[in-house]
Design a protein around this ligand. Structure first.
Ligand code: B3K
Ligand code: ZN
Length: 868
């Protein structure tokens, strides 16, 4: 839709069951150089449910009709109506066969939705509503059908023809060949996939507990064949984990993953044929950082876990998206926690949630985990649906405990296997398996906004009284908020930092359930304690408690909960930055942090990854949440000055630590090595901030001799971000060396887009004209423009508004090619209502101008919410 009008909202309560079921689908794709012809044959049966609508309507977008037929009889133009993305058949029997022949043009499909071409290879993306760009179909997740798919193409250019399920027949004639695939599991059309191309393959097998042998195949471009081993290893470990932890086995004879360069998001869980962004499959020490490895592992696991949480049991409608996404994120988080350090993983996830999801929940895009309405569903693949959704599942896990939770998920999978269900169905299983009443808990699904949890306390006559209150600010469309059921895991420390015993059983940790607006909890204690609240981040809330610096230092030094120690460190940093903004001397503030930070450094060898997290100041993006009105420049200057002072004061301590952090031997993406490299990088960053003498040549040396991308890119970043004299040369060498590695070049663009300071606006503008910059490649666009807008506040928020204008102009161009990605990236403007003075004036101008131009429906929805 390019008419600049926002489409009318779709509401959850308007759900009606489909008018017709599609029992089976036979698809036949004829791929030619100019166009692709799609023949489809659907066996339809009227849904006799009372509230099903009567008309037979299919979704279909940008399809050129060659012929339509009902029960073998070709329809005349009077017998159907095709308009506004819908095909209505004017009169049909209760049971019939519908055949259509349409043509589509995958080569000009830059939206990367439906069937499209990436570097000469045909591939699909159907979730959420891409299937309607392939053929006529009731494109909704509650219509489950059995698919048979034939793909035909030129044999030499497309030797590989894939679809879901198992291959059942093949043949060739006149240089063209064909393969027929059959998927025995009924599925919604959003899980359909097709690939035609010339790809290399890494093959392996996995034997399930019940003895089924599964062929595992990962496909990528030929020159990337050496980058597939880690994804394969991750896949096998995920399969084993899901058997051990959830009792879930894989169900087909083949599991395939195909890596494609042009992809709107991370990956897609199509049944038996996952399609992945190359960034989430390819891994090699020379080209992939530790972070990249961890992302590959997590995304491979996530998509694999969807086979049960998403595919076997799917969503009734898209309002239930978190049913599969929240649950599957929870599952992949737990897989990563079991594989590496649980505490580190938890902090990383919570940091992301608090920084990005809390911002979403407090801004113009706020929506519940189960939204009530949307205009474009593509805009609702959000951190709220995914990450807050995962927290909501995690709370249920914690409320039930591992055994009852497993009993509940067993019930869920067996009761709803092969069905399309709702978030309520999921919670019903939790209640039934445990006997717990979760009726109030369900508000976590329906109420938007981050609750603020305020704690106050008082100690007298041997009684400690802790009062907890909850309050959620209004969000767009939801003025009144009700109290939620908030599990608050807690401990109490004595003045020496030792945990106090809380009950007769000798427990030192307990979970308080706050279900009213305010409740007081009492403990009999020998002394005034220091409360450690929300251990493990037991609920996605913002905690307020008037901690003193000494109390925070005590928690940081002594508590055993990784999250609470990190939170204490973050609070110390935040308060220091607050005071600097209010005029305090950064050196004085840094000196106050010295003792806790030195203690962390002294114990760093025990847990280098944990230490790296504790030695971090809150990011500028996280700090932005803490100030209203928001002055991004003041935050940047204060944070940078504190970091510089810390770098100077800690130089000797860091120099002493560095030699112990060197990792020798071949590269391994394992927790211990990753932890040491991460802490090494953090230490070097502090030295760079402190302008340590000779650091430039040291980094240049590391850059040149590094044996893995983590260390090489780490050195490059610091050289470039700190403007060291060796930076330009390193950037040149890097570009020359990795010109053929698209994912590495994405990083090269990102490094430059992230240089702090307003001068980066001009650099980004210049890089948009670089011959390697492609507006049609989402990875490249995110690398340059996404990094700039989301990761570099001091440039994006340039005082003259040039950063906003540059970004808005780029989004206008991107929107013409790829509305989904443009709309998603427009969320970088979501700080708008919180910005101070001229920042807000300038941003509003840029956003309004973007909205006034030609806009897709996707982008219009986001901009309208920002501007309202
Ligand atoms: N389910 C897909 C996301 C599809 C997004 C479509 N706009 C990937 C995932 O969450 O696993
Ligand atoms: Zn998912």
């Amino acid at each position: 839709m390019r008419d600049n009008q926002a489409p009318k909202p779709i509401r959850r309560l308007d759900y009606r069951p489909p008018a017709f079921w599609v029992d089976s689908v036979a698809l036949d794709f004829d791929i030619y150089g100019d166009l692709t012809r799609v023949r489809s044959r659907l066996c339809l049966r009227r849904n006799t449910a009372a509230d099903a609508p009567a008309d037979c309507v299919f979704d279909g977008e940008m399809l050129v009709i060659e012929s339509l037929a009902v029960d073998g009889k070709t329809l005349s133009e009077q017998e159907y109506r095709y308009q506004g993305g819908q095909l209505a058949l004017l009169s049909v029997p209760d049971k019939f066969v519908f055949e259509s022949v349409v043509t589509i043009d995958p080569r000009s499909n830059t939206a990367l939705e439906g069937l499209y071409v990436s570097k000469g290879m045909y591939c699909t993306q159907c979730e959420a509503e891409g299937f309607r760009r392939i053929t006529f179909f009731p494109d909704r997740p509650d219509v489950l059908s059995r698919f048979t798919t034939t793909v035909r193409a030129d044999k030499s250019r497309y030797p590989l023809l894939l679809s879901n399920g198992n291959p059942v027949a093949e043949g060739e004639e006149d240089g063209r060949h064909w393969v027929t695939w059959e998927d025995p599991f009924a599925k919604p059309c959003y899980l359909f996939a097709l690939v035609a191309g010339d790809l290399a393959c890494l093959e392996d097998t996995f034997t399930t507990t019940s003895g089924r042998s599964v062929k595992l195949r990962i496909y990528a471009e030929h020159h990337d064949l050496d980058k597939l081993d880690f994804a394969m290893d991750s896949l096998k470990r995920s399969m084993l984990w899901d058997e051990q932890v959830y009792g879930r086995e894989y169900d087909l004879d083949i599991y395939m993953i195909v890596a494609v360069s042009h992809f709107n998001m991370g990956a897609m869980e199509n049944k038996g044929l996952n399609i992945f962004n190359t960034s989430c499959v390819l891994a090699h020490p020379d080209t992939t950082t530790d972070q990249g490895y961890q992302r590959v592992e997590a995304v491979v696991a996530h998509e694999y876990f969807h086979n049960w949480s998403g595919n076997r049991v799917t969503c009734r409608d898209w309002f239930q998206l978190s049913l599969k996404e929240g649950f599957t994120v929870f599952r992949d988080q737990e897989f990563s926690a079991d594989t590496h350090s649980r505490a580190v993983k938890r902090v990383e996830d919570v940091d992301m949630l608090r920084t990005i999801q809390f911002a979403e929940d407090g801004g113009p895009m706020a929506h519940p985990v189960r939204p009530d309405e949307y205009q474009k569903i593509d805009n609702f693949y959000t951190v709220t649906i995914y990450e807050k959704g995962a927290e909501v599942v995690r709370m249920q896990y914690n409320l039930l405990g591992p055994e009852l939770f497993r009993k509940a998920t067993d019930l869920y999978f067996s009761r709803f296997d092969g069905q399309a269900v709702t978030c309520d169905d999921f919670v019903d299983c939790m209640e039934e398996a445990s006997g717990q009443d979760l009726s109030q808990f369900r508000r976590w699904y329906s109420q938007a906004g981050t609750p603020r949890l305020t704690a106050t306390d008082q100690y007298s006559n041997g009684i400690y009284r802790l009062t907890l209150s909850q309050q959620t600010a209004p969000t767009p469309g939801q003025a009144d908020k009700q109290p939620l059921m908030v599990p608050v895991s807690m401990a109490l420390l004595d003045q020496s930092g030792q945990p106090l015993v809380l009950d007769a059983d000798g427990a030192t940790e307990t979970v308080l359930i706050l279900s009213d607006a305010t409740q007081t909890f009492e403990f009999t204690l020998p002394e005034q304690p220091v409360p450690v609240l929300l251990r493990g981040f037991s609920a996605p809330v913002e905690l307020r408690y008037p901690y003193s610096a000494d109390q925070l230092a005590l928690i940081l030094a002594h508590d055993t909960d990784g999250y609470c120690r990190w939170d204490a460190a973050q609070r110390l940093g935040l308060e220091a930055i607050r005071r600097i903004i209010a005029g305090s001397d950064p050196l004085v503030e840094a000196e106050q942090l010295l003792s806790p930070w030195r203690q962390v450094l002294a114990r760093a060898a025990e847990d280098p990854a944990g230490a790296a997290l504790l030695l971090g100041l809150p990011s500028e993006r996280a700090l932005a949440e803490q100030f209203l009105p928001l002055d991004p420049r003041a935050i940047h200057l204060a944070r940078t000055s504190l970091e510089r002072a810390l770098g100077r004061l800690l130089q000797a301590d860091i120099e002493a630590l560095l030699p112990t952090l060197v990792v020798s031997g071949p590269y391994r993406a394992e927790a211990a090595d990753i932890g040491r490299r991460t802490l090494m990088q953090r230490c070097l960053a502090l030295l760079a901030s402190g302008e340590a003498a000779g650091l430039g040549s040291r980094l240049a040396q590391q850059f040149g001799s590094a044996s893995n991308m983590t260390e090489r890119l780490g050195a490059l970043r610091l050289l470039v971000w700190h403007g060291l004299p060796q930076a330009d040369q390193a950037l040149k060498e890097f570009a020359a060396r990795y010109a053929g590695e698209a994912l590495v070049m994405d990083q090269w663009f990102a490094v430059q887009a992230l240089v702090p300071g307003e001068q980066t606006v001009a650099v980004v503008e210049r890089l948009m004209g670089h011959s390697a910059f492609e507006m049609t490649s989402p990875n490249r666009v995110r690398g340059l423009l996404g990094s700039f807008a989301n990761g570099n506040p001091s440039a994006f928020h340039a005082a003259d508004g040039s950063g906003y204008r540059l970004y808005a102009d780029a989004l206008a161009r991107l929107d013409r090619l790829n509305p989904q990605v443009a709309a998603r990236m427009a969320n970088a403007f979501a700080t708008l209502p919180r910005l101070a003075g001229d920042f807000q004036v300038n941003m509003r101008l840029a956003v309004q101008q973007l909205r006034d131009g030609e806009c897709s429906a996707n982008l219009a929805e986001v901009l309208d919410r920002l501007l309202q």
